[in-house]
Design a protein around this ligand. Structure first.
Ligand SMILES: Cc1cc2nc3c(=O)[nH]c(=O)nc-3n(C[C@H](O)[C@H](O)[C@H](O)COP(=O)(O)OP(=O)(O)OC[C@H]3O[C@@H](n4cnc5c(N)ncnc54)[C@H](O)[C@@H]3O)c2cc1C
Length: 448
């Protein structure tokens, strides 16, 4: 019997775990996932806080519901490229509205994309086909000069653009003017042609738990509190000769790294992290290094509020707050899944982009905006947590529209995760849409 080739997965975010499970299901490889934190899931899981399922990042939303790449991957039959995780009881619950907005203190909800158009001048419905049929399947490339805001404002009314801009702020931690026009257009097209957002039953962690169960069932291994610190050529260490790579792994609390051999690596820790750990024996072209070094992480701030059941807002639709300078919107996922908060209570999660580096001042600005846009918050809400995402934390390392290559030119290494989202696909939809490509590259490198 020949030994199975070993694939090491660096990081157990949604990208790393999805790729690891998919590889394990083929039963062709020895799959080992290493996670530096003491929990799996990265920015797509949660911790219990007095009965509130406080997320590590994601606001418990599957952006494109049952029609997007994420649901197709999680629930699709294995013969069709999916993971078939319904076997482990994974379920997504629809949000009660396609989208909502709060305008001058009035809450409005829509059941579908066309219903949204009723909120805006007729000019916007008239011009909508120009947006939905615009050629945007591919990124505009380096020559693209137009930003999303300029493209949108030329064609649509300010209220419509402000609404969508608030949505992009909420969903991607950037504003239209920070994205290329082709990305903006493609993202909106994907939203209009997709399902309403869904909430994983039991929260994001239920997805991670289902992935972990399947990984185990198919013989893959996940080690928590183990950080990959170095990647060198397999020939350099006696223990790893015959493998393409020697991977240095440090267990939390221990000084020394140990080496294990790997024939391929799937990296879920972000491009800068890969550059830091990869030895100079492996060549990465200077233009790719420059792009990685010059790409600035998108930051975000999220408040988690516990709410009583007397709140005037009674649905789980993502609610945009157009016109605010920082906060994009909020969601109350407990109207779809009450188990995410203590009995009789609700949980509301907000999101805002971070244009300035003074994070404390930005948090305060967001808090003030929220209380002024939602006067009922004072009486019915209590702040449970505030999250901030900035500096080089891997998640959202690469802003939407500035994605980096999944293949940096090193045979046997592919990146997955936020940094390599598919064009125009946001959040976990984007992360998942890119996984099949990465796995194809890995499989091809293992045949060589
Ligand atoms: C505030 C916020 C709200 C969001 N809301 C949503 C939402 O509702 N819906 C949605 O679809 N998306 C949402 N997103 C985006 C979504 O959370 C991310 O797209 C997704 O979780 C990123 O997954 P990833 O695969 O890039 O991995 P990450 O979550 O970035 O995880 C990477 C993992 O790799 C580990 N790692 C890194 N380096 C090493 C190393 N050297 N050795 C070992 N381990 C390492 C890290 O510890 C981490 O666990 C949100 C993001 C944020 C910040």
């Amino acid at each position: 019997m020949t030994e199975k080739k070993r694939v090491v997965v660096v990081g157990s975010g949604i990208g790393g775990l999805t790729a690891a499970v998919k590889l394990s299901q083929t039963q062709k490889y020895d799959v080992q996932v290493y996670e530096r934190l003491s929990f799996a899931g990265g920015r797509f899981t949660q911790h219990d806080h007095d009965g509130y399922a406080v997320p590590t990042g994601a606001v418990h939303m599957v952006p494109h519901g049952m029609k997007g790449p994420f649901a197709k991957m999680m629930f699709g039959k294995m013969s069709k490229g999916g993971l078939d995780l319904g076997r482990h009881g994974l379920e997504f619950l629809p949000s009660m509205k396609f989208a909502c907005r709060n305008i001058d203190g009035v809450h409005q909800g829509s059941d579908g994309p066309m219903e949204i158009m009723r909120w805006f001048p007729f000019k916007d419905t008239f011009n909508l086909p120009r947006l939905l049929l615009a050629r945007a399947k591919k990124p505009g490339g380096p020559d693209e000069t137009l930003d999303g805001e300029t493209w949108m404002r030329k064609r649509f009314s300010d209220p419509f653009v402000d609404f969508l801009d608030a949505f992009i702020n909420f969903a991607a931690s950037v504003r239209f003017h920070q994205m290329p026009a082709s990305t903006t257009v493609r993202m909106i097209q994907n939203c209009f042609w997709s399902d309403r957002p869904h909430v994983p039953k039991g929260g994001c962690k239920s997805v991670i738990d289902a992935l972990r169960k399947d990984l185990k069932q198919y013989g893959g291994k996940l080690k928590l509190s183990h950080e990959i610190t170095e990647i060198i050529s397999g020939d350099e260490e006696a223990a790893t000769k015959g493998h393409r790579f020697a991977v240095g792994i440090r267990r939390r609390g221990r000084e020394d790294a140990t080496w294990i051999g790997a024939d391929a690596i799937i990296h879920n820790g972000g491009h800068p992290n890969l550059l830091d750990t990869l030895s100079d024996d492996f060549h990465i072209a200077q233009d790719i290094r420059d792009r990685i070094n010059n790409t600035q992480a998108a930051g975000g701030i999220g408040f988690v509020f516990g709410l009583d059941d007397e709140i005037p807002h009674r649905d789980s639709g993502v609610t945009m707050l157009p016109g605010l300078s920082r906060v994009g919107g909020y969601v109350i996922p407990t109207f779809s899944d009450p188990s995410l908060a203590p009995k009789g209570r609700h949980m509301m999660i907000t999101h805002q982009y971070v244009p300035k580096s003074d994070i404390k001042a930005e948090i305060q600005r967001g808090r003030e905006e929220l209380h002024s846009a939602l006067p009922w918050l004072e009486k019915h809400g209590e702040e449970v947590a505030v999250h901030s995402y900035h500096r080089n934390w891997p998640c959202n390392r690469t802003p939407q529209g500035s994605e980096l290559p999944g293949d940096v030119g090193v045979e046997g290494i592919r990146l997955v995760g936020d940094g390599v989202k598919g064009h125009g696909w946001m959040m976990i939809e984007g992360v998942t849409s890119n996984v099949p490509d990465a796995l194809q590259g890995i499989a091809a490198s293992l045949r060589n």
